[in-house]
Write a protein that binds this ligand. Structure first.
Ligand code: FAS
Ligand code: PHB
Length: 390
């Protein structure tokens, strides 16, 4: 087999990169270790920045997003039993769109299949080689047969636990990591959202988030301990704890119902530098992880592949290596800004018993400043809606 760009991973990064390259007339094959239903079954992100919407439009896959996506002009912060709205539109002129990662992935998968493009699902023993030279290859087993995919470039879009970053010589890569002392217990339920917009709640019992996927499907999260287990939480226990952490005016509007998904995700901040190794480019969670508080993970994956698609188009169409040479530095400038915001917002909104009474006072003072100062609120808003893609 041969292609111009071999993409490892059919999550949002790999699929969006494949779609953008196709629009530029560049051939790409995606090699994915799981089945398509398995990839679609992972319940992940829910908020799209303007830059991500623009890239999905550029990829020609935004039809359903335009019809079903929910524009949000702001969000609500809850603390001391009160709600405080942060008005993105008034403060930045921008908004975000609520549209689940599952839907983005489905739209990309359907467009790829309709275009007759090659995606190898359930590929086993995937390995990458030769990316320090000019003839990189991706090897994999499929239905018991060994395959070698020759290519010009490899895009490592295989997530935090993937094979591509792990294949880089340790001396060539530097990683930065912070693991948070708690997780998020997430529930998906076919019930109408409690509020029009998302609610981020700071409470002495722990953080809570009221999010949504549509006007009839809601996504809720509770800060939980790292040794907690989703199966320990009955639906009733979840709904009761959620309502304890919300202001009364919100708790009484929560519509409960049977969970259709319930899982715990750990929180970490992680960055690998650089993001390019010869003919191998890392993109998305393969290169960086953010705690989901700032809703940045999916959006960073999109901006990475936006930069990579442009750089590869310059290489093939303009015979220029400037874009691929600038890829890593260009991505990392935006990655580190999102890492800072996600760390800051996580540090502000969650309970950290180890910081003691003084730490709690600092959080309360910052929350009061945030909702009392247009400058502070603007800083939150411009990071939440997404900094521009330079
Ligand atoms: P992904 O991990 O989505 O995709 C990588 C793909 O590569 C997967 O399909 C995997 O099967 C495949 N793969 C892995 N190893 C392979 C190999 N060796 N060979 C071939 N294929 C391989 N972000 C938010 O903004 N908000 C959230 O609420 C949120 N919640 C999250 C919850 C969890 C549990 C996790 C893990 C992440 C969450 N994220 C959230 C972040 C998430 O949305 C990611 O940022 C997003 O999926 C990134 O997309 P990709 O980079 O494509 O990585
Ligand atoms: C979600 O809907 O999954 C979601 C929304 C906003 C966040 C994190 C997760 O900050």
């Amino acid at each position: 087999m041969r292609t111009q760009v071999a993409i490892v991973g059919a999550g949002p990064a790999g699929l969006l990169l494949g779609a953008l390259l196709h629009r530029a007339g560049i051939d790409a094959v995606i090699v994915e270790q799981r089945s398509a239903p398995y990839v679609l079954g992972r319940i992940r992100a829910g908020v799209l920045e303007r830059t991500t919407v623009d890239l999905l439009e550029e990829a020609g896959v935004a039809g359903r997003l335009r019809r079903e996506g929910l524009p949000h002009d702001g969000t609500e912060l809850a603390f001391d039993d009160r709600l405080h709205r942060i008005d993105f539109k008034a403060l930045t002129g921008q908004r975000v769109t609520v549209y689940g990662q599952t839907e983005v992935t489905q739209d990309l998968m359907e467009a790829r299949a309709a275009a007759g493009l090659t995606t190898v699902y359930e590929a086993q023993q995937v390995s990458v080689d030769g990316f320090d030279g000019r003839t990189p290859v991706v090897r994999f087993r499929k239905d018991g047969v060994e395959h070698t995919l020759e290519c010009d470039f490899i895009a490592g879009c295989d997530g935090y636990h993937g094979v591509t970053r792990a294949s880089v010589p340790p001396a060539a890569i530097t990683t930065y990591e912070k693991v948070y002392p708690f997780g998020w217990l997430g529930v998906l339920a076919d019930v109408p959202p409690a509020r029009e917009e998302l609610v981020y709640a700071h409470h002495e019992r722990g953080f809570a988030l009221c999010s949504q996927r549509s006007r009839t499907r809601s996504r809720y999260y509770l800060q939980c301990s790292l040794d907690d287990k989703a199966e320990r939480w009955s639906d009733d226990m979840f709904w009761d704890e959620l309502r304890r952490r919300l202001p009364a005016e919100v708790a009484q509007t929560v519509v409960t119902g049977p969970s259709i998904e319930k899982s715990i995700a750990p929180l970490r901040s992680f960055v690998a530098e650089p993001m390019r190794f010869g003919r191998l480019f890392l993109a998305g969670d393969a290169a960086h992880i953010v705690p989901p508080t700032g809703a940045k993970g999916l959006n960073l994956a999109a901006s990475d592949v936006g930069y990579l698609a442009r750089g590869l188009a310059e290489f093939y169409l303009d015979k220029s290596e400037a874009g691929i040479d600038a890829y890593s530095a260009r991505c990392l400038r935006r990655v580190w800004q999102a890492e800072r915001f996600s760390w800051w917002f996580t540090s502000l909104m969650h309970r950290f018993p180890e910081t003691g009474a003084f730490g709690q006072k600092m959080q309360q003072a910052e929350l009061a400043y945030l909702v009392g100062s247009p400058a502070a609120a603007t800083a939150l808003a411009e990071n939440y809606v997404g900094l521009p893609m330079a």
